[in-house]
Structure formats: C-alpha cells, structure tokens
Ligand binder design. Structure first.
Ligand code: FAD
Length: 310
C-alpha cells in the first residue's frame, strides 16, 4: 500500500482541510478530471455523452456523513430532480443512481437508521417511476450492518435495489454468499476507506486475492455481479472467470469511475461487455476527491498545483 494512502484518507475526514480545499471551483484541473460538474444539468449532460458512446451510468449526488436533517432532505430532493430530468431526456434505460446512506440521514443522532431507510425508500420509488434503479454505496465498515439491513427492507418493495461489497474486508466473502441469490445486484469493489487490521486486509495482494474469491462466489451464484475496478489484472481475471462459470455477456457488468481509464471503458463496451460509469456531481466533492488521490498519489502534484494557482 502506498505510504500516502493513510494520511490522504485521514485528510478526507478533516473539516479544516475540506474548508480550505472546497473553495476551489469544480472546473479547476484535477477536480474536473473526476467530477463533470456541480449541477443536475452537468450530470445529465455527462450521462448523455457517455450513453452516446455505448456506456451505462450510475449517478452519485456528492455528499456524505451529514448530521443535518435539512441537508439530508436536500440530498433526497436533488435525487428526485435528477431522476425527473433523466427520465425527461429519455436517459433512464441506461442510467441508475448510487446513494450514500450517510448523505440521507444514517448518522443523524436521533433515528438516523430509520430516517435513512425512509429517505432511501423515497428515492427508490422515484427511481422505479422513472424506469430505473438504485444502488446503495458502501461506506466504512461501521456502517455495513445498518446498510445491509436497510437493503433488506428496501428489497421487500424494490427487489431491484443494488448493494456494494468491499473485497478488503474479512467479512465480504461471506456477505457475497448471502447476497449471491437470484435477482440480487451486487457491486464488488476493493474498498476505498481506511480500515483497521482487525476487520480488513492491509496488503494489496491480499485484497486482490479476496476480490478474486468474492468474484467467484458472485459468478457461481444466481445474481447479477457488477465488477467495479480499474485494475487491468483483475479485469483480465474476471474475464476468464466469466467463461469458466458459463456467464453470458449481459449477465454481469464492469464498472469504472468517471474520468478513470476512459479508453478502457470504451474498449470493453466495444467488445460487447456491459460497462457502467460512476458519475459523481455536486459541490461536496472533497471526500470523494481525497479518496481518489489516496488511490493514485501520483496525481497529488497536479492537485497541489491547482491549490497554489487558485
Ligand atoms: P487499485 O488497486 O486502486 O489499482 C490497481 C490498478 O488499477 C493500478 O495499478 C492501475 O493499473 C489501475 N488504476 C487504478 N486507478 C487508476 C487511475 N486513476 N488511472 C489509471 N489507472 C488506474 N469503494 C467503496 O468503498 N464503496 C463504494 O460504494 C464504491 N463504489 C465504487 C463504484 C465504482 C464504479 C468504482 C469503480 C469504484 C468504487 N469504489 C467504492 C472504489 C473502490 O473501492 C476502489 O477504491 C477503487 O476502485 C480503486 O481500486 P481499483 O480496483 O480500481 O484498483
């Protein structure tokens, strides 16, 4: 693991640095690489461009860890507006939304779990009416039981709701077994959060091995696996596993983040694979950007340069 990963992930939670950095406009170099814009229009515009290139999309209205009920409510409203706009422009066949429960109330001191469930239900209903679905993003390990329990509740009315599992966690292979049932949609990623040794693999090779074990469980099961990674080695391994498990193209998908390996996204799509791009938008891009820098510290120089020139 890179020496810079830990400090950058700690900075991702720093309110002071967030205040300093967040005054940068989204249009400034490094932010714009990862976030197409701050508005619904920018997000819908980026979706139209990606769909025209044969890619599918999942949209994330940026924000997390809110302790403010009004902010949680504003985030729900942002999703409702987004879904309406996507439907209006005929984009919901290939675009869904990704939701962080901590952005819609999960951490509120009173009834956080219940409020997040009700807010997620509102977004799922709007997504259903717009002809699309919701995937619940996964955050740090302390939130997993609450998130999976909200998923179970939502799936009673909206069985199309997707979940995310993180290969870096020791528990994930077992969670994959539980969720690899017919009708389930599971995004498998490595995991973007700083996690202690007690719950997570720390070594890159161990995380990669866990990813492959989890991929096998999902492919062997009856659900629809969504392989979220930019790692060329993992993509290659998954592509050989899908043949081994007799999976047809379209019975699983690859996912990558907006702005990361765009040529590979298009190459996979051109070869007949389903590829979905995760498109984050909005003003609350700080935590998201810091996690991306932690994964790719080479980009830190560009980031510092944009800070200095602001
Ligand atoms: P890494 O181990 O970071 O990198 C492996 C290799 O991939 C690198 O050596 C390089 O060859 C290539 N690579 C990686 N990044 C780049 C880059 N920027 N440019 C060029 N090549 C690169 N995490 C969560 O915890 N919860 C979520 O809900 C969640 N949702 C996600 C949704 C999507 C669609 C994706 C793609 C990721 C999501 N993540 C989420 C983040 C994920 O957990 C990882 O932190 C992130 O994807 C980096 O891991 P990686 O698999 O790409 O490989």
């Amino acid at each position: 693991m890179s020496l810079l990963r830990q400090p950058l992930l700690l900075l991702a939670r720093s309110a002071q640095v967030k205040k300093l950095v967040s005054t940068m406009p989204v249009s400034s170099g490094i932010v714009h690489n990862y976030v197409p814009g701050e508005t619904t229009e920018a997000a819908v515009g980026a979706t139209a461009v990606l769909e025209a290139d044969g890619l599918r999309v999942t949209l994330d209205f940026l924000g997390e860890d809110t302790l403010d009920a009004e902010q949680a409510e504003a985030t729900v409203q942002a999703y409702l507006t987004l879904l309406e706009q996507l439907a209006h422009q005929g984009l919901t066949r290939d675009a869904e939304v990704s939701v962080k429960l901590s952005a819609i109330g999960q951490f509120l001191p009173e009834n956080g779990h219940k409020i997040a469930l009700e807010n997620a239900r509102t977004i799922c209903r709007a997504a259903r009416n717009a002809g699309t679905t919701v995937t619940l993003d996964m955050e740090d390990h302390t939130t997993i039981d609450s998130t999976l329990s909200i998923l179970r509740e939502l799936r009673k009315d909206f069985p199309e709701t997707g979940a995310v599992l993180q290969a870096m966690l020791h528990r994930t292979e077992a969670d994959c077994r539980t969720l690899a049932h017919e009708g389930s949609r599971v995004r498998l990623c490595k995991g973007a959060y700083l996690e202690p040794e007690s719950v997570a693999f720390q070594d890159k090779l161990d995380i990669d091995k866990s990813y492959v074990r989890c991929a096998k469980v999902l492919l062997e099961g009856e659900g629809y696996p969504m392989f979220a990674t930019h790692d060329p080695r993992i993509v290659e391994i998954v592509s050989s596993l899908v043949s081994r498990y007799g999976r047809d193209q379209g019975s699983y998908e690859y996912q990558m983040l907006y702005g990361i390996r765009p040529d590979e996204q298009r190459r996979l799509a051109a070869s007949g694979e389903t590829v979905r791009v995760y498109v984050p938008y909005g003003t609350e891009w700080y935590g998201y950007l810091m996690r991306r820098l932690a994964e790719r510290p080479q980009n830190l120089t560009f980031f510092l340069r944009s800070l200095i020139s602001k």
